[in-house]
Ligand binder design. Structure first.
Ligand code: ZN
Ligand code: ZN
Length: 296
């Protein structure tokens, strides 16, 4: 049994966090309150004594990460079978968010909803709850290893623990995690472009066996709406209704939806660009670009 997982603490948990987690768990499994909890109680004590002692913890960590050929083979086998007792970092979650020019100009706050795996709140990731009991693994008769032609290897039924959990956590079915809706708010980076990414640390899927959370990676798509975006500005197409023979004013809206009154010179022709300084988007240097009117 992975002791980190048993106590429901992260791989890099501090002694204080270990102490707190231990105290909470022993209350549940103390034989005085839970007659079936004795085996879990004993195991919790071993886990606690190991992790709270710096020397023992170092040795245990080494064992957990041991790189012998047999261990590598065992880990591969367990991984192949879909089990592992090693701390595993949670996977990253990638999502796409479409934003408007206005969002990118103002650095607006956005909230999105997505699904992610989180540590099960009932068992805190180890699959064991008050009602659980540990029973001797019948595959390896409690030894944790089974004989094969290649020699003794880790038992794939109990993952080397020698016992299996009876009545595992009902909320997660013993998996240690559940899939939950997650909401997150963030500010759209000013001047964001299509393809830009925002990484939100630890907001991805939870890790297993005390491993850390993965990240959430947001990829932006900039929807430019009625504007055409070029490298140095925005273009707004305006229909030329009639020939313009003298100076005329027209009203348009910039990407912030603000009304601008623009003076049009006489004899304006189709495809002619009229520049309106600093009413466009924001470039990589943080400057506001120009807006151009193009007559069509
Ligand atoms: Zn659970
Ligand atoms: Zn076994």
């Amino acid at each position: 049994m992975n002791f980190y997982r048993l106590l429901g603490v992260a791989y890099n948990a501090t002694p204080d966090e270990i102490k707190k987690a231990y105290r909470k768990k022993v209350k549940i499994f103390h034989p005085d309150v839970n007659p079936d909890g004795e085996e879990v109680f004993k195991l919790l004590n071993v886990a606690y004594e190991t992790l709270i002692n710096p020397d023992k913890r170092e040795q245990y960590d080494k064992l957990l990460n041991k790189n012998s050929l047999l261990k590598v083979f065992e880990d591969k086998l367990l991984e192949f079978l879909g089990f592992t007792d090693k701390p595993q970092k949670g996977s990253d979650i990638r999502t796409t968010v479409t934003v408007s020019l206005e969002d990118g100009l103002l650095g607006r706050k956005k909230t999105i909803k997505y699904k992610r795996k989180v540590l099960c709140p009932d068992c805190e990731g180890n699959g064991i709850v008050k009602e659980s009991r540990l029973i001797k693994c019948d595959k390896c008769s409690g030894e944790g290893r089974i004989q094969t032609k290649l020699g003794k290897i880790v038992c794939f039924k109990c993952l080397g623990k020698g016992f299996v959990v009876k009545n595992p956590c009902g909320k997660c079915g013993g998996l240690g995690y559940t899939k939950e809706d997650q909401y997150i708010s963030f500010k759209v980076p000013i001047g964001v472009e299509t393809g830009d990414k925002l990484t939100v640390k630890s907001m991805g899927n939870c890790g297993l066996n005390g491993g850390e959370y993965g990240n959430l990676i947001i990829r932006f798509i900039l929807d430019t709406g009625i504007f055409e975006k070029t490298s140095d500005g925005l273009i707004l197409n305006v229909k030329l209704e009639k020939d313009i023979s003298e100076y005329e004013y027209i009203r348009i809206k910039n990407p912030l939806n603000e009304v601008l009154q623009i003076k049009i010179p006489p004899n304006a022709t189709k495809n002619q660009l009229i520049k309106i300084s600093q009413e466009g988007y924001i470039n990589k240097s943080g400057e506001r670009t120009n807006l151009y009117i193009r007559f069509i």
